[in-house]
Design a protein around this ligand. Structure first.
Ligand SMILES: O=C(O)[C@@H](O)C(=O)CO
Ligand SMILES: [Mg+2]
Length: 255
């Protein structure tokens, strides 16, 4: 039976961010993930996490100027200094909050541009070294171009190649089933083949990114496969509730 983490960036938006921890716990979640904690002091986020008795599963490194459209900086030539500062911030937060995994977003850059590729490799190396020293896992996530047009890391096999190049056991794939289905399909086979490098899994229905078991995929079958490949981590519920977070949680009780 999979273990689920509530994604507090998409779920429980009925209440302010800091109140979403208790809301998730009240609904039976034992773990949470979210995009960014950086609008709040790390100590305050840690306090809410602990008060709700929750485990932190993952959050992302600072992405640059999100409001201005930035979606990470790892593949952005000329932004190496900003990337390094973001990495420092993420590790400082990770230590206080206690996350086992940080997600490094690539940013918007042409996927085959040699400069972007070189920058991404160098920043991935830097992040690999720094997270390794800190004892934190690092994940990278291919994202589909419909949700994030122009995102550099838009191919699962390519992500696996980048991970292999790091030669570091703590660098892994964030396998978002929603993105996988939109980018390539063949979800079950990819789970099997990529199992050794999967560090985190997320789920949502396709194509509307709502509750699992409401889209085109057989999510029950996918959860069975996730168990079968021996995945022990959390599955992040990274979906937009169709009609209220609490009202939409029935899918979990059907498992
Ligand atoms: O799938 C997603 O969108 C997220 O996991 C993420 O980290 C970037 O938005
Ligand atoms: Mg995701």
């Amino acid at each position: 039976m999979p273990k689920f983490a509530a994604n507090l960036s998409m779920m429980f938006n009925e209440v302010p961010f800091l109140d979403r921890f208790q809301a998730a716990a009240d609904c039976g979640f034992t773990a949470v993930e979210y995009l960014f904690p950086y609008d709040h002091k790390a100590e305050v986020v840690a306090e809410r996490l602990q008060a709700a008795g929750l485990v932190q599963a993952l959050f992302n490194m600072p992405p640059g100027d999100w409001a201005a459209g930035e979606r990470g900086m790892a593949a952005l030539p000329g932004r190496e200094g900003d990337f390094a500062s973001a990495l420092d911030t993420a590790i400082a937060y990770a230590k206080v909050i206690g996350t086992p995994l940080l997600h490094m977003m690539a940013g918007l850059a042409p996927a085959m541009d040699p400069q972007a590729i070189m920058t991404y490799r160098e920043n991935l190396k830097r992040a690999t070294d720094r997270t390794g020293e800190a004892g934190i896992g690092l994940v990278i996530e291919p994202i589909n171009g419909r949700d994030m047009p122009g995102y550099f890391l838009n191919d699962f096999n390519r992500a696996v190649d980048f991970i292999a190049d790091t030669n570091a056991a703590h660098v892994k794939l964030q396998f978002d089933v929603y993105h996988r289905q939109i980018l390539h399909g063949d979800v079950i086979m990819a789970l099997r083949q990529m199992a050794p490098v999967i560090g985190h899994i997320q789920i949502a229905s396709v194509p509307n990114r709502h509750e699992p078991m409401t889209g085109e995929l057989d999510d029950r079958r996918i959860f069975a496969e996730i168990d079968a490949i021996g995945y022990q981590g959390y599955i992040g519920c990274e979906y937009r509730p169709a009609a209220g977070t609490r009202a939409g949680l029935g899918w979990m009780n059907k498992l």
